[in-house]
Write a protein that binds this ligand. Structure first.
Ligand code: 0O2
Length: 230
């Protein structure tokens, strides 16, 4: 099946448009099974964070997680990534080589919440951490900040236990706002004003990082006033 898929895309039919390929993948049973598997893994991970947030809110009277966003990568983006990385176009190649088909974004109020929630999450014994990239301690040159993690979790289906990889990104609200705006630069790097915009965005990222830390400090002082005995 995978070889047929590979031949299909690399052979005489390579003139197919991405929309057609997209449709083909959507209609391929094995491919849609795989997407369903990633969707289930996302549900498992979301539930873990929802439970952590409920428990922390019950104990401390505040929610460290503001929002959880998630997505399964679009078939077209999966295909583009395989092509870009010169990888085999098959379901097993996706599962082996791509770590971000399932993505969960955890938006926290403060930077220290990110590290606390991430630590509580990775302590769970069915979560295996495969990779961590700390772009908060080591921001990208453009100013991008977030805490990234690739994890593997087991998903239990009717007939099997399937380990599934999920990319989890942790950010503050401000970092998320910045990243959404900066995402617009992705295809505009050759525009006339691009250099100025890149510099402006970098400046905003630095201001945001300082503001995040100032607000965290204010919050800690407020908490100390509310619970002086702790
Ligand atoms: P989308 O649309 O969000 O999925 P890899 O995925 O391993 O090939 P890399 O660079 O090693 O690529 O992964 P990394 O650094 O962990 O970043 C992956 C994801 O982080 C990106 O996914 C973005 O979501 C986010 N990200 C990383 N750098 C930036 C950045 O400079 N700006 C913004 N706005 N987001 C960033 P995708 O697939 O690019 O996009």
């Amino acid at each position: 099946m995978e070889n047929e898929l590979q031949k299909y895309f690399l052979g005489q039919d390579s003139s197919l448009s991405l929309e057609q390929l997209d449709a083909f993948f959507q209609n391929t049973k094995k491919f849609s099974d795989m997407l369903m598997m990633y969707q289930c893994a996302i549900r498992e991970i979301r539930t873990k964070f929802e439970i952590l947030n409920d428990d922390l809110s019950y104990r401390n009277n505040r929610n460290p997680i503001e929002m959880i966003k998630s997505r399964v990568k679009k078939p077209q983006s999966i295909l583009e990534k395989l092509q870009r990385k010169n990888l085999e176009l098959s379901v097993s190649s996706v599962m082996e080589n791509l770590n971000d088909v399932a993505g969960v974004r955890v938006i926290c109020s403060f930077v220290d919440d990110i590290y606390k929630v991430a630590e509580m999450f990775t302590r769970q014994d069915d979560v295996t951490v495969l990779e961590v990239k700390d772009y908060i301690k080591n921001p990208k040159p453009n100013g991008y900040r977030s805490y990234h993690m690739i994890v593997e979790i087991p998903v239990f289906f009717a007939d099997r236990k399937q380990p599934v990889k999920v990319e989890v990104q942790f950010r503050t609200i401000a970092m998320d706002f910045w990243a959404s705006l900066e995402h617009g630069m992705k295809y505009k790097k050759d525009m006339p004003d691009a250099e100025e915009l890149i510099a402006e965005l970098k400046d905003c990222a630095d201001v945001i990082a300082k503001t995040d830390l100032r607000m965290q400090d204010i919050n800690q002082r407020l908490q100390a006033l509310s619970h002086p005995e702790e």
